[in-house]
Structures are given as structure tokens and as C-alpha cells.
Design a binder for this molecule. Structure first.
Ligand code: ITT
Length: 199
């Protein structure tokens, strides 16, 4: 079975490939397919955007597609940046710009009130079905960035119960406990069932 990873973010592709390794799938990444359009993420929910990305690329290529949409939800900011996580500080924002904006906004917020969560919705779209699963990882926004592994908001996201930011973890450690890892564990079961039953 072919599976198209409908994301242009190479950091996400690296994690998704590690999580899908060992399954009888031929993985194709949209990041490696020139000519595919950028899908505008204009839905109001992670689920809406994930389905839109997967459906658009399935319709263009005919290959069953999966997409993940991820948001960082910070309680002291009423759930922001949430669905706007990739462009929080503007349309061409870098990871660093976004991290700096979050830290500025939380400047006067004490440690106990810096609670947050990463949420990932993974969507799968094929000719016959549309399926979504969700994964959540709880944590807190650190006072300063720590660690250089992984990507995005990871250097400021301290995972509950670990004392580490996600960027202080190895990829394997992060994938075991992360929002994306949790969503993908469910997705892997779903795909395994499909490949075993030929559905
Ligand atoms: P695609 O839409 O092409 O998949 P994207 O970068 O826009 O790529 P998302 O909308 O899912 O992906 O993610 C929004 C942003 O959230 C992303 O640009 C990162 O800054 C951040 N992000 C996503 N997953 C993350 C993770 O595991 N750790 C830290 N930050 C993450």
C-alpha cells in the first residue's frame, strides 16, 4: 500500500517516517514531490486543516494520504497560538520568531500559570474513507529555550513529569511521549488493520 505524507515540513516528515517504519507501506512525502500546491490552512480547527491537507493531496495524486495538523495551546493565552502555530508571529515566521513571541507574551506570567499542551490531529483520506485520530501532550512553557534537538516550539515546551524540554530529548524519547507519537500510535493500529485485512 502506498501512503502519501501530506506535509511540507521536513522535521515532521522525519518523525512520521520513524513512527511508520516497519509497516508494509511505500511512503511518499509531499516535501519530495515538486509541483504540488501549498494547501492553505484556513480551517478553524486542527481537524479541519488536517482533513483539508490530506483530502487535497489525495484528490491531486490519487494516493491515499495522511496529514497531521499540530497546535500549541497555552492556557494563559486562551489557547493561542493553537491552530495558528506555524504563522504566530507573521506569514513568514521562523521557529525562532514564534518562540520569541510566545516568551514575550508570557514575560510576566508566573511558572504555575504557564501550563500548555501540544495537540495533533492526524487525518487519513482515501477513495473510500476519511479517518481522524488525536494525540495530546501536557506541559509548561519554560522561562527560556533549552536544548537543540527536534524543532518548532520544542525548546520552550517542558513536558510534565520529565523536567526536560522536548528539545532536550532524543527523537526516540520525544516520539514515545509526544502529541504526534500518541496520535500516530493509534494511526499505526488503524493502518495495520487495513494492511492485514486488505481493506
Ligand atoms: P504542514 O502544514 O506542511 O504539515 P506546518 O509546519 O504548517 O507543516 P503544522 O501546521 O502542523 O505544520 O504545525 C504548526 C507549527 O507548530 C509548526 O510550524 C511548528 O512551529 C509547530 N510544531 C508542530 N509540531 C511540533 C512539534 O512536534 N514540536 C514543536 N513544535 C511543533
Amino acid at each position: 500500500m502506498k501512503l502519501l505524507l501530506a506535509t511540507r515540513n521536513r522535521d515532521k516528515v522525519r518523525e512520521l517516517k520513524a513512527m511508520l517504519a516497519g509497516l508494509p507501506l511505500e511512503l511518499i512525502s509531499a516535501a519530495d514531490m515538486p509541483g504540488l500546491p501549498e494547501v492553505e490552512e484556513d480551517a478553524e480547527t486542527l481537524e479541519g486543516n488536517a482533513i483539508k491537507k490530506a483530502r487535497t493531496l489525495f484528490e491531486l495524486t490519487g494516493i491515499p494520504a495522511m496529514a497531521d495538523d499540530t497546535g500549541l495551546e497555552i492556557d494563559a493565552l486562551d489557547g493561542a497560538p493553537g491552530v495558528y502555530s506555524s504563522r504566530y508571529s507573521g506569514p513568514d515566521a521562523t521557529y525562532r520568531d514564534n518562540v520569541e513571541k510566545v516568551l514575550r507574551e508570557l514575560q510576566n506570567v508566573p511558572e504555575a500559570q504557564r501550563t500548555a499542551r501540544f495537540r495533533t490531529v492526524v487525518a487519513f483520506v482515501s477513495e473510500t474513507e476519511t479517518k481522524t485520530v488525536e494525540g495530546i501532550c501536557h506541559g509548561r512553557i519554560a522561562a527560556e529555550p533549552r536544548g537543540s534537538g527536534t524543532f518548532g516550539y520544542d525548546p520552550i515546551f517542558e513536558v510534565t513529569g520529565t523536567g526536560k524540554t522536548m528539545a532536550e530529548m532524543t527523537l526516540e524519547e520525544k516520539n514515545r511521549i509526544s502529541h504526534r507519537g500518541r496520535a500516530m500510535a493509534q494511526f499505526v493500529e488503524f493502518i495495520k488493520h487495513k494492511t492485514e485485512t486488505g481493506t
